[in-house]
Design a protein around this ligand. Structure first.
Ligand code: TZP
Ligand code: MG
Length: 216
């Protein structure tokens, strides 16, 4: 997908458990601050299920549509298809990449979390559009996160000639975002840095400024 690299610059991820106020308000503010893509990730303690999850997804999708930013669904392929989401993001523990690609079709964005060169090669050949790589920095948002590895894998993949868009994830803030892009990422994905900020708008703006500084 062309322009995907641009769209991945400031990738906001959240679900209701990550929010200190109404998710719709958080998302609206984040978009006003300049986030370029959104992932609905309804996971963890007190995560909504069933109709409540579906309704929240629809509400957040309609906000994304209104502002013309892609709406991606984490893990739940069924939900993504039902909603006509712009894409899905899956991990290594989810269905195989080629199966998901078949299910969603060629016109949807398919993001895959990878932690090794082998996983990257497999995901690329199976139809991934971008990689999520992390945790780059310590995070308390994901209980089962792999060990922190800094920007090492991003650098290695770029050295090896991988040109696929990459976003870093895990503990990223406006203070350390530039280092992730300098290492070769197209953008940064964050949960807490925006969802827990006093002002999600200002937090998104600061992240964007720092990511753009690198390219400018
Ligand atoms: N995958 C690796 S780290 C992480 C995920 C989903 C959590 C990122 O959250 P935060 O709050 O931006 O560190
Ligand atoms: Mg997953």
């Amino acid at each position: 997908m062309k322009n995907l690299s641009e769209a991945l610059k400031v990738y906001f991820i959240m679900g209701s458990p990550n929010c200190l106020k109404e998710p719709a308000d958080v998302l609206n503010e984040a978009i006003a601050g300049g986030v370029t893509i959104f992932q609905f990730r309804e996971k963890g303690k007190n995560a909504l299920t069933g109709a409540e999850k579906y309704d929240l997804a629809r509400q957040l999708q309609s906000i994304c549509r209104e502002h013309q930013i892609p709406f991606i669904v984490n893990d739940d392929i069924e939900l993504a298809i039902e909603l006509g989401a712009d894409g899905v993001h899956i991990g290594q523990e989810d269905e195989p990449v080629n199966v998901v690609r078949e299910r969603i079709g060629d016109n949807k964005i398919l993001g895959v979390s990878v932690h090794t060169i082998e996983e990257a090669e497999t995901a690329l050949h199976a139809g991934a559009d971008y990689f999520g790589i992390g945790p780059i920095y310590p995070t308390s948002t994901k209980d089962d996160a792999k060990p922190v590895r800094g920007t090492e894998l991003i650098e290695i993949l770029r050295e090896q000639g991988f040109t696929i868009p990459i976003v870093g994830i895990g503990g990223i803030t406006s203070e350390n975002a530039a280092a992730v892009v300098k290492a070769g990422a197209d953008g940064v994905s964050v949960i807490t840095a925006i969802s827990h900020a006093d002002s999600p708008l200002e937090a998104a703006k600061a992240l964007k400024n720092n990511v753009e500084t690198v390219e400018g």
